[in-house]
Design a binder for this molecule. Structure first.
Ligand SMILES: C[S@@+](CC[C@H](N)C(=O)[O-])C[C@H]1O[C@@H](n2cnc3c(N)ncnc32)[C@H](O)[C@@H]1O
Length: 226
């Protein structure tokens, strides 16, 4: 059984050392932090499937579809719910250098991986990752009268939530987003399509087959006038 011993300064920030207990016949091994982040995600998928909703971070085509409606020159607020290891956050921060990105991730290990991946990409100053549940972040934003975002992106596994929790989260998202703003959510089934449609004034659903697993992206628009 491996025991995490922390950063090995001699190897620099990219290397994470897993040191085996002295009784183990195995020698200490080191693996790259990127591989460690994949393992963390996979493990979270195994151990907390209802919370993680997947075994792998989103891949290129899905990420592109998620961020494509956001203009590269957008300079307002973007909120991301369920950042995982930051696969989407990093691409978003690179695409929109002037945007203020606030992301939340409930799993502290994955949140730390997100921060690290942003730092590795030289984008640490462009996005803030908080280890809050999405519901808490949205209610804090409402309570403190924070700027309303034009875009809320989410990979939260709604399909694993109970009906009440999904409805409450969709209400909070719809309440938090600016009039005319867009909620962009991916999901691996169409299970919540009807509920999302009922909470927003328009909905477009786009399949993304080139992802493991294949997904759909919902583009839900809040009416400009209410
Ligand atoms: C399907 S993964 C998507 C991760 C990442 N966005 C990606 O595309 O690779 C869903 C993520 O949402 C996180 N999550 C689940 N429920 C959450 C909640 N209530 N608040 C914040 N994050 C949550 C999980 O820990 C997981 O990392």
């Amino acid at each position: 059984m491996a025991e995490r011993s922390g950063w090995n300064k001699n190897l620099g920030m990219e290397r994470l050392v897993y040191t085996h207990r002295p009784t183990s016949p195995l020698q200490p091994i080191s693996i790259s932090r990127a591989v460690a982040a994949y393992i963390h995600f996979f493990w979270a998928g195994l151990a907390k499937q209802n919370q993680t909703g997947a075994f792998f971070p989103s891949q290129r085509f899905l990420i592109e579809k998620m961020i494509s409606p956001i203009p590269p020159g957008y300079s307002g607020q973007i909120v991301e719910l369920g950042a995982g290891t930051g696969a989407l956050t990093v691409r978003l921060a690179r695409r929109c250098p002037e945007a203020r990105i606030l992301a939340c991730e409930i799993n502290p290990t994955l949140a730390a991986d997100s921060r690290h991946n942003l730092m590795q990409a030289g984008l640490a100053g462009r996005a803030r990752i908080v280890t809050d549940p999405a519901e808490q972040l949205l209610s804090k934003m409402a309570r403190n009268g924070l700027e309303k975002p034009d875009f809320i992106l989410s990979g939260i596994p709604l399909g694993h939530f109970c009906h009440q929790r999904t409805t409450a989260l969709l209400d909070a998202i719809s309440h938090t987003i600016r009039k005319g703003g867009m909620y962009i959510q991916f999901q691996y089934s169409l299970i919540d399509r009807r509920r999302i449609k009922a909470s927003f004034s328009s909905l477009r659903t786009v399949p993304v087959l080139l992802n493991l697993p294949p997904a759909v992206v919902y583009y839900a628009r809040k009416r400009a006038g209410y």
